[in-house]
Design a protein around this ligand. Structure first.
Ligand SMILES: C[S@@+](CC[C@H](N)C(=O)[O-])C[C@H]1O[C@@H](n2cnc3c(N)ncnc32)[C@H](O)[C@@H]1O
Length: 181
């Protein structure tokens, strides 16, 4: 009996360690640039409709969370390539699992790491759902790496001191700021 309770306690301990690691992993984003706040269904549909992407265009999501934006965009526009950069290993694992279950592993690529340090020059469309301070820090990267004509869709927050090409507003939805390089 003692052995049995010992085993149960051991399992409980493993479970607590797992929960701790998952929470620490989620907090990585919070301390880096933006906490994980996923887009609601309504906002997701509004964003995806606004993209008006072509199948050959390459879409990047900076801080791709559970991959919902990339999966929806690839399914709607039949995109050949979409890339997510995500700092949290838990969300990398979770989004890769969702991508695999949707049969999209040859079209959506999740890179684990800090988006400030990853090359985004191949992107035609960049999606950000990030805090204004972080958007301000990304300006130099956008200027240096993105090619002329590429678009940035920033959900909820505008890029400080940049004039958006368009502000997409829909009743009950977060504003979307569209920029063109
Ligand atoms: C507001 S959430 C957006 C998630 C997803 N794009 C969505 O709309 O559902 C921000 C995400 O950025 C990630 N993140 C924060 N800082 C990061 C960084 N420096 N590099 C990569 N990902 C980061 C967080 O872990 C989080 O998943």
């Amino acid at each position: 009996m003692t052995l049995f309770y010992g085993f149960i306690l051991f399992l409980l301990f493993l479970f607590l360690i797992l929960i701790l690691f998952v929470n620490l992993s989620i907090l990585q984003g919070f301390f880096s640039a933006a906490p994980w706040v996923p887009l609601s269904k309504k906002n997701l549909v509004n964003l995806i409709d606004s993209l008006e992407a072509e199948p050959q265009e390459i879409v990047y999501d900076l801080g791709s969370g559970d991959g919902r934006i990339l999966i929806s965009a690839v399914l709607k526009y039949d995109l050949k390539k979409a890339v997510g950069i995500e700092i949290s290993w838990f969300f990398c694992f979770w989004s890769k699992l969702k991508i695999w279950l949707n049969g999209l592993k040859n079209r959506i690529f999740i890179k684990r790491g800090n988006f400030f340090k990853r090359d985004i020059s191949e992107a035609d469309i960049v999606i950000c759902y990030l805090m204004p301070k972080c958007l301000g820090k990304l300006k130099d990267k956008f200027r240096k790496e993105l090619k002329p004509g590429s678009k940035i869709f920033s959900v909820a927050f505008s890029i400080p001191n940049w004039q958006p090409r368009e502000v997409i507003k829909k009743e009950g939805c977060l504003s979307i700021y569209l920029y063109k390089i």
